[in-house]
Ligand binder design. Sequence first.
Ligand SMILES: Nc1ncnc2c1ncn2[C@@H]1O[C@H](COP(=O)(O)OP(=O)(O)OP(=O)(O)O)[C@@H](O)[C@H]1O
Ligand SMILES: [Mg+2]
Length: 281
Amino acid sequence: MIQFNECSFRYQGGSHNALDGISLTIEDGAFVGVTGASGAGKSTLTYAVNGLIPHHFSGDFYGSVLVNGLDTVEVKPEELSRFVGEVFQDIDSQMVSSVVEDEILFGMENFGVPHEEIGRRLQQTLSLLGIEELRRRQINSLSGGQKQKVAIAAILAMRPDVILLDEPTGELDPESSVMIFELLKTLNREFHKTVVVVEQKIMLLCSYVDRIILMENGHIAFDGPTAAVAGEADLFRAQGINIPRVTELGEKLTGMGLYHGALPLTLDGGEKMVREVLADA
Ligand SMILES: Nc1ncnc2c1ncn2[C@@H]1O[C@H](COP(=O)(O)OP(=O)(O)OP(=O)(O)O)[C@@H](O)[C@H]1O
Ligand SMILES: [Mg+2]
């Protein structure tokens, strides 16, 4: 479980709080999306979970963050990394090796995973992500989606309970973006990982995650089940997050008195809405 208690953080030399009085709880097994405008504090929120704040970034830190009951101020990021792994926004700077399997081995070796276990985990992780054939490839020859999978594999090999991903689809085309979210869904549903994903593509979030947090200037502007997003569309628009087109269509049809149901957030929901409207016509 991750618990923020009235947490605020101001980077050294910063003119405002990057996190401003955040209180929230993320239960084990949750699948949560974090969105918001650039500079809202999304990456900073993830750093407060993995302990980079306050241990790596200096600044003023108030309140507390507990991960599996451990206070992030009291334990080192290395210790937290037993529970929490993050795929950072800039994966190129995260990758330390030039060959795929070395990248996955690196973390495990550093982490003190027993030697006889390492080979087994490498194999398991490659197969879980369906990237066995990439094993000996040069990382700089991979596509964006493949690279993202390797970064996820390197984290998963360390078997964290919680996986944080900071804009994993930022550089990906729509097809690869869906592939990554399908993978996250498998990790959450079948492998019971707690998944927290920072993402600007609201349609993707609405199609996959169970809960959405909208950040605005370091605080939480919305936090609720994904289904509740449609009713708060203006809050999201105010932060420059375009709500799904199907939701907008739903608003229009509702405004015209043609539709009276819940506003859809996904393509499936949109199709159901259109069928209902046509059946009534
Ligand atoms: N290392 C740093 N030193 C000083 N200020 C920082 C640092 N990193 C981020 N900030 C500031 O903290 C605030 C939150 O930044 P953060 O990177 O968490 O936002 P974000 O929501 O992840 O944005 P983006 O969508 O662009 O990635 C911003 O005002 C940013 O300028
Ligand atoms: Mg960011």
